[in-house]
Design a protein around this ligand. Structure first.
Ligand code: SF4
Length: 732
């Protein structure tokens, strides 16, 4: 195989490193900080640490923390610009209430909280506890989301609450549970550097997780395989790019499993001792002969063989996936298809191996374990009486306060608004009116609610525009707590700046709501984020995510974060500098300790291209300077300069030619659900018959098709049927 260059372009240079930490000698005197406070970054799940430079009460600047095990002095553009959103002119400085003229006007906290709690109580009294729901987030610290989950479910009596992690990680959660018995990402970032073969599936790692990409780049001996319908920044420098047709990953994975079995490249010792379901896997993949794989995926035979060769016995293979897998209509089956390959070849629990789902948001992992939305605290099950009794004892609450069934998922909450069963909604730190799939429909549904409360930093988001009550929240850097990153590392977030005027931390807001609701007594122990951290340690004890042995925030700061598990018996032990992975002993979290092969037949996308909408719309990250709905990144002039502000649609030159579209033309991208205007960018990086638009424009989700994985209920953002039409000059 020809070895291609590793990526060494402008992006790598943007990952500017602070050599040896903050060099005071090079800094003008008036910028020399009085103190430096380390805090984990609040954008993505990588979990980099940043040293914030403080003078007086002002956070002046930052440098990425040298020596921190995750990023060792490097940060991507978003990390460097973390402080910019705090001083934005559209920060909310007080709560707002919509008046009888339909305008949002400033209100006191007493007025806003009273309007919220009295409104929700009245709705629940008329329509039952199912009629009020909440949408949590992966963007706040674990202690806050736990307080929210306990308050909403146990204190306010809500049955339904989900989080925006449904949009990014629900698929991985479901696949992990099915295969491993618990939502447990098995890896450490070090595995990028120990692999002989690195396989990235549906992941544009170079721009979505730039610090992890740096780890890949350090491993110059590994063969890098990228499976992606687009020739992304990452795929363009892979040793092998399998440019499959969209949503044919599962066929490819099953075909590879079949071929590995046919070649005898199965780790029999591992499979026999540590797995269950191999006979079913073997029977299932028999239908995926190479001819079928080539025909359905578009990958040629030679590439297929090259890919299988890279699983040769003795090689350490790691398989990594992100949203290209998770955001699909058949996503959990695909994620389990990835895990199957790792189990089949014994590539798990050893350095450089693993079936490794990379998380999206900074605290999606915290949300998965402790938001108390669709899972009961600590990865437990609301439907399990034993789990409910355990949590009730640990929290010293009446067990009857714990709902005995799982919550609706996000899409079911939205559907509940449509049916009229959900009439009050509390949205915290997420911009649903932008980010939800088929968002035109969602916006009209938000307007049907009797009461919509939105808690956010900014008064200008698409979701705030629909709110009846707006609660002014403090942001990252203005409060404290912990995040859990992709490799299960718990790190501390510190307060380095005061919130503007009358904005409050989410923690304070939840305590105010508890007071007004009349359930504050239930939270008498929940006095501060660090006190809640202690409660969460108790809730984790005996669970796979046990971190009861951590000696508070001080130890986390001293040792550069700690990966779970870190149970009580490790209290006082030295924390290893090297990353720790799970399953090294071949023991999984299933009842019999065996991992499961999980198989199912591929299902075609529910909306297919046709004569009217002949192209497949793909969506994804725009650049390393972008984050989701841009509510924060748009506040930085530096980040704005690094991104495309207006929508651009990537079109294959052949598709453009037959539509009379030239590079730079204004076009309409049209689906059955809506239209967006964009500038055409002609590029062979998208396949023929496909177009790509970044996810950061609210208009993108006018086009997306509201399909959901049947197991994880994660939205399928990555496939919709569209047409692209050239706009006549002057046309709107
Ligand atoms: S890679 Fe993620 S965690 Fe690291 S600096 Fe960038 S946004 Fe922050």
């Amino acid at each position: 195989m020809t070895r291609l260059r590793r990526f060494d372009g402008p992006l790598t240079r943007m990952l500017a490193r602070a050599p040896g930490g903050f060099g005071l000698g090079q800094v003008p005197k008036d910028l020399v900080p009085e103190r430096v406070v380390a805090s984990v970054c609040g954008f993505c799940s990588t979990g980099c640490c940043l040293d914030i430079h403080i003078k007086g009460e002002r956070a002046m600047n930052l440098t990425p923390t040298a020596g921190y095990p995750v990023n060792d002095g490097a940060a991507c553009p978003k990390g460097w610009e973390s402080l910019a959103p705090l001083g934005a002119p559209d920060r909310l400085t007080s709560p707002l209430i919509r008046n009888r003229h339909g305008e949002l006007e400033p209100a006191s906290w007493e007025q806003a909280i009273a309007r919220m709690t009295e409104g929700f109580k009245a709705i629940a009294a008329r329509h039952g506890p199912e009629s009020v729901a909440f949408l949590s987030t992966g963007q706040i610290v674990t202690e806050e989301m736990a307080l929210l989950g306990a308050l909403a479910k146990f204190g306010m009596g809500m049955l339904h609450g989900d989080g925006n992690t449904r949009q990014c990680m629900a698929t991985s959660v479901a696949a992990h549970k099915r295969a491993f018995g618990f939502d447990a990402p098995p890896y450490t970032y070090d595995d990028f550097e120990y692999s002989d073969t690195i396989v990235l599936i549906g992941s544009n790692l170079a721009i979505a997780h730039p610090i992890l990409w740096e780890r890949v780049s350090r491993n110059r001996d590994a063969a890098l395989v990228v499976i992606d319908p687009r020739c992304t920044e990452t795929a363009s420098v892979a040793d092998l790019h399998l440019q499959i047709r969209p949503k044919t990953d599962l066929v490819l994975l099953a075909g590879v499993a079949r071929e590995l079995i046919a070649r005898g490249w199965v780790d029999w010792r591992f499979v026999e001792a540590h797995t269950a379901g191999f006979p079913e896997l073997r029977q299932h993949v028999e239908a995926f002969r190479v001819e079928r794989v080539v025909d359905e995926t578009g990958v040629d035979r030679q590439q297929f063989d090259q890919f299988v060769d890279l699983f040769a016995p003795g090689r350490s293979v790691s398989l990594w996936w992100t949203m290209g897998v998770n955001q699909g209509h058949d996503a959990v089956a695909t994620a389990n298809g990835i895990i199957n390959l790792a189990l089949l070849t014994g590539n798990i629990g050893r350095p450089g191996t693993g079936a490794n789902s990379i998380t999206g948001q900074c605290n999606a992992m915290g949300s998965r374990l402790f938001s108390n939305t669709t899972n009961l605290f600590g990865g437990r099950d609301f439907a399990d009486p034993k789990d409910r009794a355990e949590v009730a004892t640990l929290l010293d609450i009446d067990v009857d306060r714990i709902p005995d069934r799982p919550s609706y998922a996000y899409d079911q909450i939205i559907e509940g608004i449509h049916r009229g069963t959900i009439r009050g909604l509390w949205i915290i730190a997420t911009n649903s009116a932008h980010s939800w799939i088929n968002n035109s429909e969602l916006r009209s549904l938000l307007d049907r609610l009797e009461l919509l409360v939105v808690q956010d930093l900014f008064g200008t988001t698409e979701t705030v525009a629909h709110a009846d009550v707006v609660l002014a929240a403090a942001g990252w850097g203005e409060k404290e707590g912990t995040f859990i990153n992709s490799e299960r590392r718990i790190g501390v977030v510190r307060r380095v700046a005061a919130p503007p005027v009358d904005a409050k931390s989410d923690f304070e807001i939840f305590r105010l709501v508890a007071q007004a609701w009349g359930c504050a007594d239930m939270f008498r122990e929940w006095t501060s984020p660090e006190a809640v951290f202690g409660i969460l340690q108790r809730l984790s004890e005996g669970q796979p995510c046990d971190f009861s042995g951590i000696d508070g925030y001080a130890q986390l700061e001293r040792v550069g974060g700690i990966q779970w598990p870190w149970p009580a018996e490790r209290r006082g032990q030295d924390v290893p500098r090297v990353g720790r992975r799970l399953f090294g002993d071949g023991q999984f979290f299933t009842p019999d300790g065996r991992a499961r092969f999980v198989v199912s037949d591929p299902v075609p996308p529910p909306e297919r291209p046709d004569d009217r909408y002949p192209l497949v719309l793909l969506t994804g990250r725009g650049s390393a300077a972008d984050w989701h709905t841009r509510t924060r990144t748009s506040k930085s002039a530096t980040l704005r300069a690094l991104t495309c502000r207006e929508p651009v649609v990537d079109v294959h030159p052949n598709d453009a030619r037959c539509r009379g579209i030239d590079d730079g033309d204004q076009v309409r991208v049209v689906s059955r659900r809506g239209v967006m205007r964009a500038t055409a960018h002609l590029t062979p990086n998208v396949g023929e018959g496909q177009v790509f638009v970044s996810m950061h424009h609210a208009e993108t989700n006018r086009l997306t098709f509201p399909a959901f994985d049947p197991v994880s209920r994660q939205p399928a953002y990555k496939y919709a049927a569209v047409e692209v039409e050239r706009l006549r000059p002057g046309a709107g």
